[in-house]
Design a protein around this ligand. Structure first.
Ligand code: FBP
Length: 563
């Protein structure tokens, strides 16, 4: 077999579009007929939150879900000028969002122009951009990362920055602005869309759902792009580590997995690799498990394994877990409420001071000194993996008759969010990009490009435009103000996926049922079937009819009626 270079491999992959999105030049968006609540959105919605959101977003709250049908005639299409910005952490599949948007716009009219804003929000505020050409795009197609135009976390919705974005859109004569991001960025998409409309701007603002964390979810939005590749990439590494654990039989591997808050990544990687233990933040919160209880549970498994001659194992730990542990959550809230100062520990309550002093010096420092962009404790920087090792060692020494324990810590993070995209994310990202072009063409301001039925093969999936205003709810922001925001979608512990984990966990803890998924591939495996290419958690939840009909849209207020 001839050797194929990675570059040849990337350029040989040609994304498959859903049938519904082929010929974007002919597509018009029409209301998707199944959503009763959305079609009468301004009329009969009485709940207080909805009313407040309607009031806050009067210019973008009137439309319901849309789908695309072939009705237009290409000769009436005008060239479109569209800007795109990438926001927040990178996610595999992002370059294909740009590719899909570019190709979609060119099909709508060959003279359409795509401008890529450099470094996310900063680029639009400062009007720094690059005009995307076919040649420029070529080497980025199907590749990972966001390096084509890079990304940033600059807010675009402060009073000043909204104005600057509007000026940029006017100066550059934009018909559309596409924002690729997660819960925070898409909240910003809605705010900007409303602001642009209020100021009679011709620019249609649309969003694309992204984040490896998997924590943005709505009706017709089963997953953001990036989650599938990152979890497959991490699972390959976890499989390798498990193989080493089994080979040497000498170490416990504590593996911290990226994912700011929700534990979706850990849950999916557990199904992919069958570790001996996996902690789920949402479960800890629901069961109100203290740090002591968590440590004691881990020690019990280690002692049980030791009793059958096993002194090794694999433990998965979501990086966001720290915020779900009740007493640490309170401590963090207390630290966040205090102004940053040198002697902040002296300002804490006595209980919090005692708790803090029981932690290793490194963790104390991380809690007190590392702050994120909002001035809050930088939760994702805390080395929860070595912290747990420290506590487990101590507990085994003091209460488990000194069971032998030799641990190694790992952090799987940045390398996964910029890995090679899976075929799933390359198809998905490309379709989301074409969908965004269709939404701009049809002036669906404040909409999110969504692809539904992700467990089907790519050609059979469905395109939907989802009004972002319908995804908003009232939440407290970092400064304690209650404002409309998209709520992070957490692991639902009543979901079939979590129930399945509960069932298998006991077996995995003692038996070594490790799974070794191997390296991530850009092509689908031969004999493609959905159970080999789409995330297991999605598949398990979707296959349970009861669950999907009862909980079609967590956090979403729209009620669907059958056709
Ligand atoms: P997004 O939600 O912006 O996609 O970011 C995801 C993420 O990769 C998290 O998993 C992680 O906690 C965080 O970004 C790390 O952020 P930073 O780039 O600031 O270190």
């Amino acid at each position: 077999m001839p050797y194929i270079t990675p570059e040849e491999c990337l350029s040989s992959f040609s994304p498959t579009l859903p049938k519904e999105l082929r010929n974007p030049e002919l597509l018009v968006t029409i209301p998707a007929p199944t959503c009763k609540a959305c079609s009468s959105k301004t009329g009969d919605q009485t709940d207080e939150i909805t009313q407040k959101i309607l009031l806050a977003f009067p210019h973008i709250s009137k439309g319901g879900y849309v789908k695309a049908v072939k009705q237009g005639s290409p000769e009436h299409n005008c060239p479109l000028r569209v800007g795109i910005m990438l926001s927040g952490g990178p996610a595999p599949g992002g370059h294909n969002v740009l590719s899909g948007l570019f190709d979609g716009l060119k099909k709508i009219h060959p003279d359409s122009i795509l401008l890529g804003f450099i470094e996310g929000g900063q680029g639009i505020i400062n009007q720094e951009y690059v005009a995307i050409s076919s040649e420029f795009l070529h080497s980025y197609r199907n590749s990972g990362g966001f390096n084509i135009i890079s990304t940033g976390r600059q807010s675009i919705v402060t009073k000043d920055n909204k104005k600057k974005c509007l000026t940029a859109a006017q100066n550059l004569d934009l018909d559309g602005l596409v924002i690729v991001g997660g819960d925070g960025s898409n909240t910003a998409t809605a705010i900007l869309a409303n602001y642009f409309a209020e100021n009679n701007s011709k620019t249609t603002v649309v969003g694309v759902p992204k984040t490896i964390d998997g924590d943005i979810h709505s009706k017709y939005l089963e997953l953001p792009f990036g989650f599938d590749s990152a979890t497959k990439f991490y699972s390959n590494l976890i499989g390798n580590i498990s193989r080493d654990a089994l080979s040497c039989q000498a170490h416990y591997h504590f593996i911290k997995l990226m994912g700011r808050s929700a534990s979706h990544i850990a849950l999916e990687c557990a199904f992919q690799t069958h570790p001996n233990m996996v902690l789920i933040g949402e479960e800890i919160a629901a069961k109100n498990l203290s740090l002591k209880a968590i440590v004691s549970e881990i020690c019990t498994v280690i002692a049980e394994r030791a009793s059958i001659g096993k002194y090794y194992g694999v433990v998965l730990i979501p990086e966001g877990i720290i915020e779900f542990i009740p007493e640490i959550k309170l401590l963090i809230e207390e630290i966040n409420s205090l102004p940053t100062s040198e002697n902040i520990e002296n300002l804490l309550s006595e209980k919090s001071q005692r708790l803090l002093q029981s932690f290793p010096k490194k963790v104390q420092h991380q809690l007190l000194s590392d702050r994120d962009a909002h001035g809050n404790v930088y939760v994702s920087k805390i080395s929860v993996d070595s912290f747990l090792i420290y506590l487990v060692e101590k507990e085994l020494r003091e209460n488990f008759k000194n069971v032998p324990f030799n641990a190694v810590s790992h952090f799987l993070g940045y390398e996964g969010r910029c890995c090679l995209p899976s075929a799933f994310d390359n198809d998905y990202g490309y379709a989301l990009g074409v969908g965004a072009a269709v939404l701009v063409k049809n002036k669906n301001n404040g909409y999110l490009s969504c692809i539904d039925n992700l467990m089907l093969t790519p050609e059979n999936r469905n395109f939907r435009g989802v009004p972002i205003s319908g995804m908003l709810t009232l939440l407290k922001n970092a400064s304690g103000e209650t404002i409309p925001m998209i709520k992070k979608h957490l692991v639902d512990i009543s979901s079939p996926a979590f129930q399945k984990l509960e069932l298998y966990r006991k077996i995995w803890s003692l038996e070594d049922s490790y799974r070794f998924p191997g390296p991530l591939q850009i092509q689908y495996p031969p004999e493609t079937s959905s159970d080999t290419f789409c995330p297991f958690t999605l598949l398990i939840n979707k296959l349970d009819d009861n669950y999907t009909t009862k909980k079609p849209a967590l956090n979403h207020r729209c009620i669907e009626i059958p056709d």
